[in-house]
Ligand binder design. Structure first.
Ligand code: GLU
Length: 481
């Protein structure tokens, strides 16, 4: 039988980086085995639902090249793939569990449950539902305080639930004792626990690969599989991604928890994919740079980490720089344009295209992320009237620099040919030989005067691109500051 795996994000805001990480590992195994990868949208938590989140999941996963075979947008043999459209599918299973005595109605109000929990905490006993409603008819329960008209359905966890299971990554796992989990809410929606089991079964999922935060829920899921008479899938619980301080990565605290952040910053999808792979996996060769296909071809559960990998953005920046340098100039140009456009610096005129073509080789080796292009090349695309010099750079390099700037302008003005070589020769003749300065000292004020910044692509190349007119007017303007 061919394997079937799934990723099951909940549309509760910007897609979390963990969704990509889980998709990558599910897909690497599915593709290696020639199986299927399903995208299922788990939108049963109506309080946290956000409408545009689902589209963002599609967009970010597609951007990463993590392609699913079946999903709400693609359809497939087990459609619908959105849980809110499957409510009728869950109900008969709830009825069966009730009829078999594996589940019961609970009419406790949220306030009563809250009181119960506070009391348990005060008495330092394990928290969990106290089964006030178990074995009671509606009338019997209605006579007691804290009664809600619409009941929920809870599972009746036996004394000896399956607390041990075999995990593909971790081997034998011991999970904690569950309590009587709600499986059907008062709004008629199933909870995650019921929906995940029903759907994994009906969709023929053979391997459940998900984050380690779900280990404690697995006994409940095993119970449901057993009660409903269904074969259990295999489980693999991936280590959670951690911040450098070992805390869990949350969207509230870390912008890098949001997948869209990586797009905004200009990380390349191939670099992010390699990074996510490296966080949980290592190739047998130990090689750190690898593609999805290499990861998938070598995939082996025994090579997956069990300890929480640290989300080290320095490492990602290093990887990204590597992938940026691997791009062809045409490809890099196409990927940089949107950043310059968004910054209002670029409209794609033929002159601008020519400038960018000349500038790309200069920035390719100087960038960790694509968004840096905006600061690196602002000097080239900025409207002359809006050209400004960074005050800190001016303070540091332009104080008393008028003689150097004037000497440079005087030497450059009469050049008949305006190329990188002629510009460099003229500057060296005037500033190094003429004024007796070292190159670093001589170029620094010129760089700040013509690019507005102390950090820029190589200077003679930049000046050659910028053109004589703009170079001379910026040098003269800076000299007379
Ligand atoms: N909807 C769950 C989540 O958002 C899926 C967990 C699972 O894969 O079972 O993490």
């Amino acid at each position: 039988m061919s394997v079937r795996l799934r990723v099951a994000p909940s549309p509760t805001g910007d897609p979390h980086v963990g969704t990509a990480y889980m998709s990558l590992f599910n897909l690497a195994f599915a593709r290696q085995q020639g199986g299927q990868f399903v995208l299922r949208v788990e939108d049963t938590d109506r309080a946290r639902f956000q409408a545009d989140s689902e589209q963002q999941v599609y967009d970010t996963l597609a951007w990463l090249g993590l392609n699913w075979d079946e999903g709400p947008d693609k359809g497939g043999p087990f459609a619908p793939y959105r849980q809110s459209e499957r409510l009728d599918t869950y109900r008969p299973h709830v009825e069966k569990l009730l009829a078999d005595g594996h589940a019961y109605h609970c009419w406790c109000t949220p306030a009563r449950l809250q009181e119960m929990r506070e009391d348990q905490q005060k008495r330092k006993v394990p928290t969990g539902y106290d089964r006030l409603c178990l074995g009671k008819t509606r009338e019997e329960r209605a006579a007691l305080p804290g009664f809600a008209e619409t009941p929920v359905v809870r599972m009746l966890v036996p004394e000896d639930p399956p607390l041990h299971f075999t995990d593909l990554i971790r081997g034998e796992v011991n999970a904690p004792m569950p309590d009587d989990q709600v499986i059907l809410k008062a709004d008629g929606f199933p909870t995650y626990h019921l929906a995940v089991v029903v759907d994994d079964h009906l969709m023929g999922i053979t391997h459940v690969v998900r984050g380690e935060e779900w280990i404690s829920s697995t006994p409940k899921h095993l119970l449901l599989f057993d009660w409903l008479g269904w074969e259990r899938p295999q489980f693999a619980h991936m280590p959670l991604l951690r911040n450098v301080d070992k805390s869990k990565i949350s969207k509230r605290k870390n912008p890098a928890a949001r997948l869209t952040w990586f797009q905004e910053q200009g990380y390349l999808p191939e670099a992010l994919l390699n990074f996510l792979g490296l966080l949980g996996y290592s190739l047998p060769s130990g090689e750190e740079i690898f593609s999805f296909d290499q990861m998938s071809a070598s995939f082996d559960w025994s090579r997956v980490n069990t300890v929480g990998p640290v989300f080290d953005l320095d490492k990602l920046a290093w990887l990204n720089g590597h992938y940026v340098r691997e791009l062809t100039e045409a490809d890099l140009t196409a990927r940089l344009e949107p950043f310059l456009r968004a910054a209002g610096l670029y409209a794609g005129t033929p002159e601008q295209q020519a400038l960018l073509e000349g500038a790309v080789p200069l920035v390719q080796t100087r960038m960790a992320v694509l968004s840096e292009v905006v600061d690196l090349l602002r000097f080239l695309f900025v409207d002359e009237s809006a050209f400004a010099i960074d005050p800190a750079a001016a303070e540091k390099h332009l104080t008393d620099a008028a003689p150097v700037l004037t000497a440079a302008a005087d030497a450059l003005e009469p050049l008949t040919e305006w190329t990188t070589e002629s510009v460099q020769q003229a500057m060296d003749a005037a500033l190094l030989h003429g004024l007796g300065l070292k190159r670093g000292k001589a170029y620094a004020p010129v760089r700040v005067a013509v690019t507005g910044s102390a950090i820029a692509p190589p200077l003679p190349e930049s000046m050659a691109l910028l053109g004589r007119e703009r170079v001379l007017s910026r040098l003269r303007a800076a000299a007379s500051r």
